[in-house]
Structures are given as C-alpha cells and as structure tokens.
Design a protein around this ligand. Structure first.
Ligand code: PMP
Length: 308
C-alpha cells in the first residue's frame, strides 16, 4: 500500500520535512532488527480529529522497549503530546495512520544493541482499509501458514519488535502468492496464534472466542481489547481459549481485528467457507459499533478518544 507523504515527521523532539526524514545506512536497527513500533489511527469526528486509544498504544510501545531493554528518554506523556502535535501539524483532515518507531541509531555496530543511541520517530499519513474496502465489507480469504508464529522464548511476542515482522512477512507473502488475502499463524505447539498483523476471533455457540494472547504467543491487541468491551456491552460473552485449526474450520463466524485492518470478517479458512461465506450477524454488529466508536459517534466510548 503506497504511502501518501505528509509534511513533517517528528524525530527526537524536532519536526523534520518529510523528504529529509532519513537515517544513515549503518543505523543499527536496519541490520539487526532491535527496535519497536506502534500502529495507531486518528479518525475524523464531528468535533475534529481524535486519536483512538493513544495512551494504550503508547504504553505498549514503551512496554515493547522495556522487553527489548531499550531505554527511552521520553515519558508516556511526552510521547502522547508529540503524537498529538504530529497529527496536528500535518494536513490530514480525514484522519490518518500513525507510526511511532523506536530504533537504534547510527554510531555502533555489532549484535550488542546496548551501546547504540535510542532514537524515536513519529510519522503520519492517510491510509485506507489495510485489507481493502472489499475485504472489510465482504470478508477475506485466509490461509493457515506453513510458517509458525515464533515461540515467545525465541522472539518476545508481547513486543511489537521490528525484527519480529520478518516472521509476519514470510507468512503474508506465502498467503498472497497462493491467492489468499491474509495468513493465520499457528504457534510451534500447533495452536492458533494470530494473523500477520491482526488478532482473530471466532463465534462458537453464540459467544466469541479468541486465543489467550500470552499463551498463544500473540500480541495483546488494542483492537482486541476494544472488541472485548464492545461485545460484552452488546451482551456477548468473550472467552479466551486456545484453539486448533479445526476450530477455525467449524466456526459459525470469524473475524480479525487490528488498528490498521480494523474489524474484518473472515469469509473462509483454507477454502473452508465460514458460515455461509458472508459476514455473520455478530461480526457485523461488533464491526458496526467499532466503526462508530472510533469516529466519536458513541458517547459510552468517548474515553477511548484523544482529541488533537
Ligand atoms: N498482532 C500483530 C502481529 C500485529 O502486528 C497487530 C497490529 N498491531 C495486532 C495483532 C493487532 O494489534 P492492535 O489491535 O493493537 O493494532
């Protein structure tokens, strides 16, 4: 998905012109992958732009850095303010995707990340539905990947680690090349973990089920937690239970959740049609509420929004 440039990128406390926001080719993260990032969205609301669950995302960014042993010299409040400022300064009236990145900069080489400077950048740009408008409306075709999700003792799965996305990239390419939209990854123990950039839910016996993030080696998604609350508010129970691939094949409904993708129905898994192949009623209800909540249309979820 092509990037539409905006005006300025926040880099270590300063706004730099989009075209000048570059790094040296010997930037440590570029070689060894130690770094962490976030994906956040700002939406257009009746009262101007609002960033959805900014504090939770920023907290997860700092937690990712903690896991990786990267010392960030900015506080949660500093980064929240810098993110708001970056959205404000760029001309994105219809909303944008926000990408904060903590990376190890130029100065030292070698696998040991500790001597390298810790740098931070925050960029924003307008970004449409990550899996396409057609996918969000009609459902996506999923393939169980031949790549396992990495084991938490090989790569910490609670951290959005830059290098960790090699695993996601391999699974994504395999799925796309085989004619599918997205991959579902199983953990090394064969249990369902997550997708390449999304968590997933199924509907079974009328309640929602999602793999327990720590046990399944999945990222603890902010969207997942929003859907948990929305589903409960609608009167649906949410169970965190480990599942196998046949649970996916037999699901009454299934959908994936992520900041970039939002809530996307799953039409099929390994060519087994989910339900009747069209988005199920519970999926449509939670998707509808989510789409309204992020746009500030539901007062009960107002606390999730940070006005910019
Ligand atoms: N899993 C992975 C691997 C991801 O990259 C993402 C996107 N951040 C998610 C799940 C969903 O997380 P969130 O809902 O916080 O965007």
């Amino acid at each position: 998905m092509a990037i539409t440039p905006t005006k300025k990128i926040w880099m270590d406390g300063e706004f730099v012109d989009w075209d000048k926001a570059t790094v040296h080719v010997l930037t440590h993260t570029l070689h060894y992958g130690t770094g962490a990032f976030e994906g956040i969205r700002a939406y257009k609301t009746d009262k101007g732009l609002a960033i959805f669950r900014l504090e939770e995302h920023t907290k997860r960014l700092l937690n990712s850095c903690k896991i990786l042993g990267m010392e960030v010299k900015y506080s949660l409040e500093d980064l929240v303010e810098a993110t708001k400022e970056t959205v404000r300064i760029n001309d994105v009236p219809d909303g944008c995707y926000i990408r904060p990145l903590v990376y190890l900069g130029y100065g030292e080489m070698g696998v040991n990340p500790q001597p390298s400077p810790v740098n931070i950048a925050i960029a924003v740009w307008p970004w449409g539905a990550y899996l396409g408008d057609h996918g969000a409306a009609n459902g996506v075709r999923m393939k169980i990947s031949s790549w396992s999700r990495h084991s938490p003792n090989a790569m910490p799965t609670a951290s959005k680690t830059v290098g960790g996305y090699v695993n996601s990239g391999l699974a994504k390419v395999e799925a796309i090349n085989a004619g599918y939209d997205e991959a579902i990854m199983l953990g090394v123990d064969g249990r369902v973990s997550e997708c390449t950039g999304e968590n997933l839910f199924i509907v079974r016996d009328g309640y929602l089920v999602s793999p327990p993030p720590s046990e399944a080696g999945a990222l603890r998604g902010v969207t997942l937690s929003s859907i948990h609350r929305i589903a409960n508010d609608l009167g649906y129970e949410v169970h965190f239970e480990s599942m196998r691939r046949d649970d996916l094949y037999l699901a009454e409904e299934a959908f994936l959740t992520g900041t970039a993708a939002e809530v996307v129905p799953i039409a099929s898994v390994d060519d087994r049609i989910v339900g009747d192949g069209s988005p199920g009623p519970i999926t449509l209800r939670v998707q509808g509420i989510y789409n309204q909540a992020v746009r500030g249309q539901l007062p009960q979820y107002e606390s999730w929004l940070t006005r910019v």
